[in-house]
Design a protein. Structure first.
Lengths: 320, 255
């Protein structure tokens, strides 16, 4: 086995990207592509949130604010017709990072439940701006008129395969970036903060600044998730920034496991799968979802991803 | 060198520290003793920047550090270990120490390299061997024995390369034999590194055996100061603290 490191993770990511690109060739139904794009967008949202929840111990209830900010900023920039898609993405990520910096500077000084609630409050604030500034955002109708996708560098995202491939590439690049942060010395400083923030101060870590740093980074990553979804659905809706979206992301983390890097992605996959299959058979899909989650939480007492990972590790050890 | 001048602090109506002035010479090993509630831990909290004093100065290496955050105090060379070991439960001993050393070298913001940084491994091994924690290096902090947790707590403080080290009851919760092993370790560290070490301790035998200077606190005031022989024969201390058991118990109850 390769030594754990950036090279190995890059190889894993490249393999993952190859798999993502091959899957639609093997199963050409458009439904699979659509499903995977949803998994990638929400998976990215959940993974970025887990940089706060699982890595730093900051339970943000307002992470969807940056998801919505990503979708709306990107949509508005593209509707302005002045910029290309890559420029709009970069500007969106930068703009959202700035919003996260301002909000985070206030939030990260608060602890535990107070942190959770103030992030929720800021999200509701952003959600109501989206609802009330109708001339800009379209209010509760969402961003109207669709989001144009002008071709750039010979890539035409109006074509289904190209759009899917683009989303997969952006998604995998973001995962690799987050993985690097997760495994870096900075990532371990965040673990110290998660385990014991006051002691982290006494070993020379600037807790407030480190929290703010990861808050901004997580917000920026969430905005990319918003961009992917906006690109795909060709619109942006106030629900993107509603507290239920944040709640769903926390759900995904719980489902997959917060201490495993890919846990939230597993959770996003499971939740999307459940959502889709259950709604085919019953109107009461909330009931079924609730039951499944109860089973997982009470039965495994950890995320499904974490559970599988542990079994795998145990088996590997037994073989030695 | 650490100098405390006129340090006072009250909580509500209770004066926890009253006009405490002590000079701790560079490289000295001093003990702070006193009955429960005498203000020993409060004194440490004031000195290390965890609490802000109402009055007084704390001079560390020529600089007044009152009003600085605990982070800034650590960066100026004062580290501390806690009465109840304050650790990072989900990390192994080596991971926690590596992260502390990296942080001390101001490289916590390293993003493009992987943890741990190879050039900090030497220092981590050094600290592990200073505290005889090599065998536990890959144990999760939460699974350590009580004694090893206290050692790791000190190790984390050492990772800050402090010139002044505060140890709040390094032997708390230990049996007699374990106490002596721990205090032997502290003495060895002090001899090895030349740090100024202050420790809070309840066991008089230990204090009299190893401390160069002893400060007795009572009701937040310095009741007596001196060498082991001076303290042992000091009438105030005998009356207030070393007297009969019921005397000590009565005082503990009063606070």
């Amino acid at each position: 086995m390769m030594r754990p490191g950036l090279a190995r993770d890059a190889a894993v990511c490249a393999a993952g990207l190859a798999l993502l690109l091959v899957l639609p060739l093997a199963f050409p139904q458009p439904a699979l592509r659509d499903f995977l794009i949803y998994v990638m967008a929400y998976g990215l949202l959940a993974m970025s949130l887990n940089l706060l929840v699982g890595l730093t111990g900051l339970v943000s209830f307002g992470h969807a604010a940056y998801f919505a900010s990503g979708a709306y900023m990107f949509g508005l920039l593209m509707q302005s017709g002045r910029v290309s898609i890559p420029v709009a993405i970069v500007a969106t990520v930068a703009g959202t990072a700035l919003i996260a910096l301002v909000i985070g500077a206030i939030c990260v000084r608060l602890k535990e439940i107070y942190f959770s609630f103030i992030t929720l409050a800021f999200q509701m604030f952003i959600h109501s701006i989206i609802l009330t500034w109708v001339s800009l955002t379209g209010g509760d109708q969402g961003l109207m008129g669709g989001i144009p996708r002008p071709p750039f560098l010979g890539i035409n995202l109006n074509e289904g395969t190209a759009l899917y491939g683009f989303c997969a590439a952006v998604f995998v690049a973001c995962v690799l970036l987050m993985r690097q942060v997760w495994m870096s010395p900075f990532g371990y400083a965040l673990r110290l903060i998660r385990d014991n923030p006051s002691r982290a101060n006494f070993v020379g870590i600037d807790v407030v600044r480190a929290k703010l740093g990861i808050f901004v980074f997580a917000g920026a990553m969430a905005s990319v998730a918003g961009v992917l979804l906006a690109l795909f659905v060709s619109g942006a809706y106030p629900e993107f920034g509603f507290w239920t979206t944040s709640g769903e992301a926390i759900f995904m983390i719980m489902l997959g496991g917060s201490q495993l890097f890919v846990g939230p992605l597993v959770g996003a996959f499971l939740l999307q799968l459940l959502n889709r299959t259950v709604t085919i058979y019953t109107e009461h899909h909330g009931l079924v979802l609730g039951l499944v989650i109860l089973l997982i939480v009470l039965g495994l007492r950890q995320g499904v991803g974490a559970f599988l990972f542990e079994r795998l590790a145990r088996r590997r050890q037994a073989r030695r | 060198m650490l100098s405390v001048q006129g340090l006072s602090k009250s909580f509500g109506g209770v004066q926890a520290t009253r006009d405490v002035s002590i000079d701790f010479p560079k490289g000295s090993l001093s003990a702070i003793i006193g009955p429960n509630g005498a203000g020993k831990t409060t004194f440490f909290n004031l000195v290390s920047g965890a609490f802000r004093p109402d009055a007084g100065r704390v001079i560390l290496n020529g600089q007044d550090i009152v009003g600085l955050s605990s982070l800034e105090v650590v960066r100026r060379g004062m580290a501390r270990a806690f009465q109840v070991a304050a650790l990072f439960p989900s990390l192994t001993v080596r991971e926690a120490l590596s992260a502390a050393v990296i942080s001390h070298r101001r490289r916590s913001w390293t993003l493009l390299r992987r943890f741990p940084l190879a050039d900090t491994a030497g220092r981590v091994d050094e600290i592990l061997s200073l505290l005889s924690l090599e065998a536990q290096a890959d144990t999760l902090s939460r699974n350590l024995s009580h004694g090893d947790q206290k050692l790791l707590d000190i190790a984390l403080a050492l990772a800050m390369d402090p010139s002044v080290l505060l140890l709040d009851e390094p032997t708390a919760g230990m049996g007699t034999e374990e106490r002596w092993r721990m205090i032997g370790k502290v003495q060895q560290l002090w001899e090895h590194t030349g740090m100024t070490v202050l420790f809070i301790e309840h066991d008089m035998d230990i204090v009299f055996r190893i401390a160069q200077a002893i400060y007795v606190l009572k009701y937040g005031q310095v009741l007596a100061r001196g060498t082991a022989d001076e303290i042992r024969t000091n009438q105030d201390v005998i009356d207030a603290y070393l007297g009969t058991d019921h005397h000590v118990a009565a005082q503990a109850g009063a606070v």
